[in-house]
Write a protein that binds this ligand. Structure first.
Ligand code: TXA
Ligand code: MG
Length: 325
């Protein structure tokens, strides 16, 4: 692997794109100071230019080379959660190309904990801009085969680091205002952040909808399978399955609670864990696996709205076309 990492760092220096594992999901990396390489990321992902990229670093001290006016609270979070699945949004340093930050004056920064990501960052020395290594609006890849499925030959090199441990994208917290504000929930939860900061953290993304079934199509989809995906509250699940029209069969039902499903032709039940860490780890892999098969729809049992399930709730919400971004 050492040789591979040196080769990958050389590729980055030459302006090429390297997909690499992180503990959250796989990233599509480029030298964060190379404007042409960054432009290629947007092309390969088919991503609109106003969506900013996260810049990955390998040590906390690098923070002041990429951001300015860093508040004490940001240092505190960095010291506690890095390396790990937390991204800090801070005012950008003047030399950071605006293409990286989607033309904004702020920058998202994070130190990932995956040993291969850290080794690559150390070997490269600078910042690596890396969005998730999937096409825009698709599910993020959590292993190397998913990266190949998403981006195939458009990437110059893929480092294989096995399955991502966390399985969901990092928590993003905006540290530029009065009150720290979560822009994207992740497995570093609001309560964990509040415990370290000893103050209230705002949460922009607490899902407001409690409706029973949401059909995709009317909202902007993100983190979404290509199969029609619905979410249903636990208590309505039996009814929903019973009344599924023929056109929606065969269907896959993804559960977390241990409930008895009646056998019905054309229904496949997938049981995920009833604890958020394991569920998060398995979610994207499961959806991708189901997407490869020929189901007419995927039905997700809704998850709790508690702090520990919030990131999962948010991703299911988005996968079923129920959120704006
Ligand atoms: O876990 C992760 O964060 C993964 C791994 C590879 O690190 N990366 C990732 O990147 O999920 P991406 O590009 O797929 O999602 C980054 C999100 C986008 O929704 C973007 O809008 C937001 O981060 N973001 C980045 N910089 C930002 C900024 N300066 N202000 C607000 N949001 C920002
Ligand atoms: Mg992404």
């Amino acid at each position: 692997m050492k040789h591979k990492i040196q080769e990958a760092a050389a590729f980055l220096r030459a302006g090429k794109l390297v997909a690499f594992p992180t503990e959250t999901v796989y990233g599509l990396g480029a030298d964060a100071l190379n404007v042409e390489a960054i432009a290629r990321i947007f092309t390969v992902k088919e991503r609109p230019f106003h969506h900013p990229l996260i810049v990955h670093l390998h040590e906390v001290a690098q923070l002041s080379a990429w951001a300015v006016n860093i508040p004490e609270d940001a240092w505190r979070l960095a010291a506690h959660f890095w390396p790990g699945p937390l991204t800090l949004v801070l005012p950008k340093a003047p030399h950071v190309p605006r293409i990286v930050t989607g033309e904004q004056e702020t920058i998202g920064l994070r130190i990932p904990s995956h040993p291969i990501a850290l080794a690559l960052l150390r070997e490269f020395g600078g910042g690596i801009a890396a969005p998730s290594a999937n096409r825009f609006t698709h599910i993020s890849p959590t292993d190397a085969s998913a990266v190949i499925e998403e981006l195939g030959g458009k990437v110059d090199m893929i480092l294989d680091g096995g399955a991502s441990k966390v399985g969901l994208e990092s928590t993003i917290i905006d540290m530029t205002g009065e009150t720290p504000t979560i822009l994207r929930p992740g497995m570093v939860t609001a309560e964990m952040l509040q415990t370290i900061l000893q103050k209230k953290v705002e949460n922009k993304v607490v899902a407001s909808s409690q409706r029973t079934v949401r059909a995709p199509g009317t909202h902007h989809l993100h983190y979404a399978p290509t199969t029609k995906t619905l979410r249903v509250n636990s208590e309505s699940l039996l009814d929903a399955i019973h009344s599924l029209s023929k056109a929606l069969l065969p269907a896959a039902v993804v559960l977390h609670s241990a409930m008895q499903m009646p056998m019905r032709d054309g229904i496949k039940v997938v049981q995920l864990a009833d604890n958020p860490e394991q569920y998060a780890h398995d979610l994207y892999h499961t959806l991708r696996e189901l997407d490869r098969q020929s189901f007419q729809c995927i039905i997700m049992e809704n998850v709790p709205t508690t702090d520990d399930w919030q990131a999962i709730y948010d991703r299911i919400f988005k996968a079923t076309g129920s959120a704006d971004e």
